[in-house]
Ligand binder design. Structure first.
Ligand code: DP6
Length: 316
């Protein structure tokens, strides 16, 4: 059969309220509800071709087959096909460094493979396929603001990117090397060993519900403290795992402190972090230049990118 190809561009999904922990490991179902925004300007570009065998190349390197096998097997089952796929994927931001590269990576894979098989593939089915690869990827198959409910099979878009045009996300890249512990391993260690894990699961739903309401109202002063509580509770489960997981670097703390000082001076700058040392600062367009100037002074070696709510997958 003739080879068919498609090229897809997807942006990563930044969680404002975090998914951390699984309610079913085999099915990769999330134990907490997450609220996220798809990031404009950062992207993964993936070319997918039908092939004799499954082969995944990420940033020029062959990726381990076992990481992708459950995804491909489920996709074939879902769409009733025997097709195999050859993948070539590149991102314009560092991979596996806590910048949600697995969200944009698996979203591109799910979207591209599904569209190759069935041009009318439904978004919720694509999201479900993406989740089997990486749960955060279930959200990255949409633009704007998204949710993935706890135990949810697929994510949904709750608000278009145009809902909050003033919102900005400053991405502070403190260190771009690959992390030593994958988020998948770290969340599993937290589930098994952290005495705070049960409390994190118990409290995160309330944070999620309030954050969704704040996002709908475009109220950053309400959303910000909820975001902060979410990422700090998530990290508390890592710090208290055995052995502990510690992704932060001195620059991460310098940036957290800088945000605290900015807020004391009346600037709404709310940081969040994921499984890595990078810091993402959520703020409003009118304050970006002052906030950026302050952050640069406080962490001179850091690279900054400015993002805003972005689009879902694009076929190139
Ligand atoms: C901290 O989606 O990478 O970024 O489902 O095991 O692949 P797997 O995990 P992954 O975890 C993301 C965790 C997070 C928070 C979030 O994006 O909600």
């Amino acid at each position: 059969m003739a080879t068919r190809s498609i090229t897809v561009q997807t942006s990563p999904s930044l969680a404002l309220i975090k998914y951390w922990g699984k309610s079913d490991i085999g099915k990769n179902l999330p134990a907490t509800s997450s609220l996220a925004v798809t990031l404009d300007g950062l992207f993964t570009e993936t070319t997918i071709s039908t092939s004799e065998t499954d082969l995944v190349i990420v940033d020029g390197k062959q990726a381990p087959q076992e990481r992708y096998a459950p995804f491909f097997n489920n996709l074939r089952k879902q769409y009733g096909t025997h097709s195999k796929f050859s993948i070539d994927s590149r991102s314009n931001f560092p991979a596996s460094a806590g910048l949600a590269s697995s969200s944009s990576g698996f979203a591109a894979l799910a979207y591209g493979c599904a569209k190759l098989i069935d041009p009318n593939a439904e978004e919720t089915v694509i999201s479900e396929c993406a989740r089997l690869g990486s749960a955060s990827a279930a959200r990255a198959v949409y633009g704007g603001f998204t949710i993935l409910p706890r135990n949810g099979a697929y994510a949904q878009q709750i608000l278009e990117k145009s809902h909050w045009p003033e919102l900005r996300i400053i991405i502070a890249i403190t260190k771009s090397s690959e992390k030593k512990i994958a988020s998948r391993e770290a969340m599993e260690a937290a589930r098994k060993t952290s005495p705070y894990y049960a409390e994190w699961i118990a409290q995160s739903e309330e944070l999620f519900l309030h954050a969704v309401a704040a996002c709908k109202k475009r109220d950053l002063d309400v959303l910000g403290p909820l975001m902060r509580q979410s990422y700090l509770m998530m990290f508390s489960t890592m710090f208290t795992s055995t052995p502990p997981v510690f992704y932060w670097e001195p620059e991460s703390i310098a940036l957290i402190k800088a945000c605290e000082d900015l807020r004391e001076n009346g600037y709404s700058a709310w940081e969040t972090m994921d499984a890595g040392p990078q810091v993402k600062i959520v703020c409003l367009e009118r304050n970006v230049s002052h906030i950026l100037e302050t952050l640069k002074k406080r962490s001179p070696g850091t690279t900054f990118m400015i993002s805003q709510p972005g689009n879902g997958p694009l076929i190139r």
